[in-house]
Design a binder for this molecule. Structure first.
Ligand code: CTP
Length: 226
């Protein structure tokens, strides 16, 4: 594992870092929910990496990953909960990293009783959820904001990730592919606001997290120079 350059460690020392991690859940009755296969491993690796640099990490994270509780954290259920908790803490943060896999849709209603088995098909109407990252960054002041863009393999990934970086008001975007879901590895490219990018190839999530921290520290260092 590469160690972070001491110059960059000192940039991150004491910084308040807010990280969304894991998957959200959207319930359709008291026992069933819509979610996705995110393991939360990338968010955790980023949290570990920042902590090792002396940053103060806070996670707003989905359920089902006990390791999240090794950090100061608020465990949430739905996208709307994640948005509410992130909005509360964003103004006091220096860095915001949105690593969560947020459900883009939720059932229009959630029944109070378990849906019983029936011979007839049923349909569930899904309505759009808020975009946590895009909504939070609307209140951006000096925070350095980083998003993830999960794209299918192929050439259009870079273009889509750049467009997400703009629409979600981010300073940096980490393009990755669906093959990284549930894996210990990630095929990642870091995109910067000046149009440049750095391909990491397929690396361990712990290494990707260090590269992300190093890139953020490098960008903050550039910004602080007169
Ligand atoms: N994100 C979010 N809230 C959502 C959807 C996405 O905060 N409702 C964040 C993710 O945490 C990630 C970034 O937005 O940092 C991009 O997520 P991604 O799934 O790649 O893109 P979407 O905006 O969901 O668009 P699409 O599914 O069409 O690719």
């Amino acid at each position: 594992m590469t160690r972070l350059n001491p110059k960059f460690r000192s940039v991150l020392q004491g910084k308040k870092v807010l990280i969304t991690a894991g998957a959200t859940r959207e319930y359709l009755d008291p026992v069933r929910f819509i979610s996705n296969a995110s393991s939360g491993k990338m968010g955790l690796a980023i949290a570990r990496s920042f902590r090792s640099c002396g940053a103060k990490v806070f996670l707003v994270a989905g359920q089902g990953v006990p390791e999240f509780l090794k950090f100061p954290a608020c465990i949430v259920t739905s996208a709307r909960d994640m948005l509410e908790e992130s909005q509360k803490r964003f103004p006091r943060s220096d860095i915001f990293v949105a690593a969560a896999a947020v459900s883009d849709y939720r059932p229009e209603s959630c029944g109070r009783k378990k849906i019983s088995r029936n011979r007839d098909p049923i349909s569930v109407r899904l309505i759009p959820n808020p975009d946590v990252l895009a909504t939070v960054t609307r209140k951006k002041k000096n925070q350095f904001c980083v998003g993830f863009a999960l794209e299918d393999e192929g050439h259009s990934g870079l273009r889509k990730a750049r467009s997400k970086m703009q629409t979600k008001n981010c300073d940096m975007m980490v393009l990755n592919t669906v093959s990284s879901l549930e894996s210990d590895h990630i095929d990642a490219t870091i995109l910067f606001a000046d149009g440049s990018s750095r391909s990491l190839g397929k690396v361990k999530k712990s290494q990707c997290a260090q590269e992300i921290c190093q890139s953020i520290a490098h960008q903050l260092n550039k910004k602080s120079r007169p």
